[in-house]
Design a protein around this ligand. Structure first.
Ligand code: BG6
Length: 493
């Protein structure tokens, strides 16, 4: 099976923070892969911007190292890296200063008619100031757009301030807020599954669905990002954005089309329908945890507080919560969310559990009848499993088994699964905002998260400890078991 490659229009892409981690791990490899696939047109330019003094050749050597470190040998070739790096030039600019922008202006010259992308792969507190300076230096052309990454604020008020500052320079139709989960192949497949099949939608409601679970488990710890992470925690880092976006895609009404605003309008309605978790119900609806020393990712690992070097931190590295959506479609259907660092395996999945059959025609010897479950695996082994009851094969009596109808995308299609950034960066060039968060979505998500943060801040409780390499604190198990349910565990995992 081959994938169709449609080249994009010619563009200039200025990457601020070009020597940073994001540029090295994600942006450069994504651009390389798209170039290699023939999707980047001749003449498109990549301007790496950073304050370090470097020549074009210095930066190209730096970028080559990054590509070699983050792309497998099988997926790269020295010749193609050479070709790619010819597109790349370097501009020394301290974007925190008003002065020194002529170099960038000069590098962008003669590209006024092209699509122009400013990718701010920088610290979030620079989003507003950089936009302001881009504006002041008259670098915004009619086809300019800006890309930013989370975290957008640390609560509703600060998110509004960031959005206001960007909005002074770029209209909302030209702001691309990346949530890289939306660029994952299987996340988009969720839309295909729901809206390109007649099978699921009639059952996709409170009459037929018992509950939904969304798990994003990581084996990694904070990996040198403790400074940021300790001010964020799992609720801000994962739930406010990635997990709520997944919840929206599961829960939203069918949009009238796949257009950016049609989809985002529906997601926004879901975010606004989330029942607030406030002081009186907070204790039953949320669990936060913090990992202690244990074994994870194949070896002994220290606890979070040791890694951080700060024994007083109350930052959560694990969250489990029960979200409820106040709508006809989802009345009384809980959405259980859990995410954490240093869990036993890296797995992100959405499990939709259907209601039990109303009456069994089988006798006891058939065994228990389990409920149908649709499991959408985002990573690893992207795919979809539909758990069904079938008859145990063979001439024996009627005995039933719960087995998955299993579709692994890698096996079915045999193509490399592109990284989310490959799709997202080219969507920016194409001007397609469907997979980017609109301002009101980000703010609605904070509006739901803020009371949880407030309640935690006021509570005398500390995050519950859990041993690295386990599925979080026991209270997370109790959260779902209180409702007579259990966390989904795939035996084949
Ligand atoms: C990021 C978080 O947004 O997502 C990280 O800041 C987290 O803490 C990462 O590790 C997970 O992304 P992925 O694609 O590896 O699941």
């Amino acid at each position: 099976m081959t994938t169709r490659i449609i080249p994009v229009d010619i563009f200039d892409l200025a990457v601020f923070g070009a020597t940073g981690d994001l540029a090295q791990r994600k942006i450069l490899p994504a651009l390389y892969h798209r170039d290699q696939a023939g999707q980047i047109p001749p003449g498109a330019r990549i301007l790496a911007v950073s304050r370090r003094a470097m020549s074009d050749d210095d930066y190209r050597a730096f970028a080559r190292k990054a590509l070699e470190a983050h792309i497998t040998e099988k997926e790269r070739s020295a010749a193609e890296i050479d070709t790619f790096l010819k597109r790349v030039s370097y501009v020394t600019l301290d974007a925190t200063q008003d002065k020194g922008w002529e170099g960038l202006a000069k590098a962008l010259k003669s590209g006024e008619d092209r699509i122009r992308v400013f990718y701010l792969a920088t610290s979030p507190d620079l989003f507003g100031p950089i936009c302001e300076r881009i504006g002041k230096n008259n670098l915004v052309t009619p086809k300019s757009r800006v890309v930013i990454e989370k975290p957008i604020g640390k609560d509703l008020e600060s998110a509004r301030a960031v959005n206001d500052a960007i909005g002074k320079v770029f209209p909302e139709s030209r702001v691309y807020r990346i949530d890289h989960y939306l660029g994952k192949e299987t996340v988009q497949n969720l839309m295909a599954l729901r809206f390109a099949n007649a099978l699921f939608e009639p059952l996709w409601n409170a009459d037929h669905i018992d509950h939904v679970q969304i798990t994003v488990a990581e084996t990694l710890g904070v990996e040198g990002r403790a400074g940021y992470y300790d001010t964020a925690g799992a609720l801000r880092d994962m739930v406010q954005n990635h997990m709520l976006q997944l919840l929206c895609l599961v829960a939203m009404e069918p949009p009238r089309s796949i257009d950016a605003d049609a989809v985002r309008d529906e997601k926004l309605k879901v975010l606004k329908s989330l029942r607030p978790i406030v002081a009186h119900n907070g204790a039953n609806m949320t669990v936060r945890g913090q990992y202690r020393a244990g074994a994870s990712a194949g070896g002994a690992v220290p606890g979070y507080l040791d890694e951080l070097g700060s024994p007083a931190s109350k930052t959560e590295t694990f969250v489990a919560l029960k979200a409820e959506i106040g709508s006809w479609r989802w009345n009384s259907v809980p959405f259980y969310l859990r995410t954490g660092k240093r869990l036993p395996s890296r797995v992100s999945e959405i499990a939709v559990t259907f209601k039990p059959i109303p009456h069994s025609v089988f006798d006891d010897s058939a065994g228990p009848i389990e409920t149908n479950r649709l499991v959408i695996r985002l990573q690893p082994d992207e795919g979809v499993k539909l758990w069904l009851m079938i008859k145990d094969p063979g001439p024996g009596g009627m005995r039933l088994q719960h087995v998955p109808l299993d579709m692994s995308f890698a096996e079915a299609f045999g193509v490399r699964n592109p990284d989310a950034y490959e799709r997202l960066i080219l969507d920016v060039v194409r001007g397609n905002q469907t997979l980017f968060m609109r301002r009101d979505e980000v703010e609605a998500a904070w509006n739901w998260i803020d009371p949880i943060l407030d309640e935690w801040a006021e509570s005398a409780d500390l995050p519950k400890p859990y041993t690295a390499g386990t599925w979080g604190p026991a209270a997370a198990v109790a959260l779902i078991e209180r409702d007579g349910r259990t966390w989904h565990e795939d035996d084949a995992r």
